[in-house]
Design a protein around this ligand. Structure first.
Ligand code: FPP
Ligand code: MG
Length: 214
């Protein structure tokens, strides 16, 4: 299940750079596995009960199994990436994982803080979502061997797309229906996550809005 947008981006990036290979397909699986591993851990942190329209792994098999399954998928995906003997790609994936974890820690730290600024929030979603998108498009450029400028341009496209993706995800939390979204709505609000729609509401609504949200 899932949209599989990250592997699609990696493969489209490759195609744009004139590259097609089994190696690209393997790395596309790697980024999807990394993403799935982070979702397993994220659902434990968020105490989520539904994912992709089904009961989440943590609610079905408990946190112990879920954390280990996340570790397994992550380690397996890095072993698959290692088999490609490409140090630049390995470094990129390892850097991106560190930023993902930093993003998640920042989000926890900022939880419930109504003073979080737009800038703070963009910093969090860049780490937790957009940097992996950027890595996917960048890998396309690396495999296509198109040079530094194009790699940078593709990285910037992925980064901006990732920021937009997370903004839409945060907005859907307020506007979508659980059936179409495949996960409970208004969850961010319940968990105290201050996302962009809330930041704008607090900014425009002044003290009255702050009191209401509290
Ligand atoms: C979903 O966000 C979560 C992420 C995009 C990143 C989660 C990252 C970690 C838990 C870091 C460590 C993990 C590993 C295995 C290295 P969300 O809660 O806004 O989205 P959701 O509404 O789909 O849950
Ligand atoms: Mg979550």
């Amino acid at each position: 299940g899932g949209k599989r947008i990250r592997p699609a981006l990696l493969l489209l990036g490759c195609r744009l750079c004139g590259h097609r290979s089994d190696r690209a397909i393997l790395l596309a699986s790697v980024v999807e596995f990394i993403h799935t591993a982070t979702l397993l851990h994220d659902d434990i942190i968020d105490e989520a009960t539904v994912r992709r329209g089904r009961r989440s792994v943590n609610s079905r098999w408990g946190n112990d199994i879920t954390v280990l399954l996340g570790d397994f998928l992550y380690t397996k995906s890095m072993a698959m990436a290692l088999s490609q003997d490409n140090l630049r790609i390995l470094r990129l994936l390892s850097d991106v994982t560190l930023r993902l974890i930093e993003g998640e820690i920042l989000e926890i730290e900022r939880n419930g803080n109504l003073r979080v600024t737009e800038e703070d929030h963009l910093d969090t979603i860049r780490r937790k979502t957009a940097d992996l998108f950027a890595a996917c498009t960048r890998i396309g450029a690396i495999l296509g061997d198109v040079g530094e400028d194009r790699e940078k341009a593709l990285g910037s496209y992925g980064l901006n797309l990732g920021l937009c993706f997370q903004m839409v995800d945060d907005l859907l939390d307020f506007t979508a229906e659980e059936k179409t979204l495949g996960k409970p709505v208004a969850n961010d609000l319940r968990e105290g996550k201050v996302t962009l729609p809330m930041i704008f509401l607090l900014r425009r609504g002044g003290k009255a809005a702050v009191e209401k949200v509290k």
